[in-house]
Ligand binder design. Structure first.
Ligand SMILES: C[S@@+](CC[C@H](N)C(=O)[O-])C[C@H]1O[C@@H](n2cnc3c(N)ncnc32)[C@H](O)[C@@H]1O
Length: 220
């Protein structure tokens, strides 16, 4: 492992805003997020958060909500954790887990809102189950969320976006209030809701693909 990564892991181990294996809080956090944040505010997740630009960006704007960025990669989480630490965003935290295990860390109905930001597209048919917008993951999100909670999904990958629309239109998951665009930067109304936040992958791929896809919906 590189020296930089090791240093980041050491910092994560000391940071109160990083919840990861090896810490006492890791096995105690389920059902205790409000105690952790010391308030009863709504809980918003960013799954596959990478460096957590939405987690920290929105935490700075919505001080009355709690944000949890989730990713398996500690070196990426370190970045978001550092931004939150340096800005005193006590309403932002990071959880280092595999998203398929998320139910071990949140009670049913403990979550108010979910952001899925630029997940790996996993274009091969055999990898469908691994897509973060596959029926398997949508079912997990639905179980975690309070009724009426909003799911946001942003991607540069048109194939994954259209796949997700197909899953939602199949009726397997009754939804409401679906709004979407295949060109976020030419939709002034929806763009406003993003406050100029761009993720690392977005910055990398926007110049290549030219258009960013975005949708939001609620489970009915
Ligand atoms: C393409 S990157 C996007 C990162 C960030 N959201 C962005 O837009 O810059 C996908 C991220 O999802 C994480 N990831 C993918 N599958 C995951 C899983 N099953 N559990 C936890 N993290 C996962 C990866 O580690 C990676 O950081």
């Amino acid at each position: 492992m590189g020296r930089h990564k090791l240093i980041r892991f050491e910092v994560n181990a000391q940071r109160e805003n990083v919840i990861e294996p090896g810490k006492e809080i890791f096995s105690e956090i389920k059902g205790n997020w409000r105690k952790f944040f010391k308030n009863d505010n709504p809980i918003v997740l960013e799954v596959g958060c990478g460096r957590g630009e939405y987690t920290t960006g929105l935490a700075g704007i919505y001080r009355d909500k709690n944000f949890v960025g989730i990713d398996i990669k500690g070196a990426r989480i370190w970045k978001g954790s550092t931004v939150a630490f340096q800005n005193n965003y006590h309403n932002a935290a990071f959880l280092r887990i595999k998203i398929q295990n998320i139910e071990e860390f949140f009670e049913k109905k403990e979550v108010n809102e979910i952001w899925i930001t630029f997940p790996d597209p996993r274009p091969k048919d055999k990898d469908e189950r691994r897509r973060l917008t596959s029926p398997r993951f949508l079912q997990i999100y639905k179980d975690l969320m309070l009724e009426g909670g909003m799911v946001h999904f942003k991607t540069d990958n048109l194939g994954l976006f259209e796949y997700t629309l197909e899953v939602l239109n199949s009726g397997e998951f009754p939804i409401k209030d679906l709004v979407f665009t295949k060109d976020l930067y030419n939709d002034a109304e929806l763009l406003k809701e993003h406050f100029g936040i761009q993720t690392t992958y977005e910055k990398k791929f926007l110049p290549v693909v030219k258009a960013i896809n975005y949708m939001r919906f609620r489970f009915a």
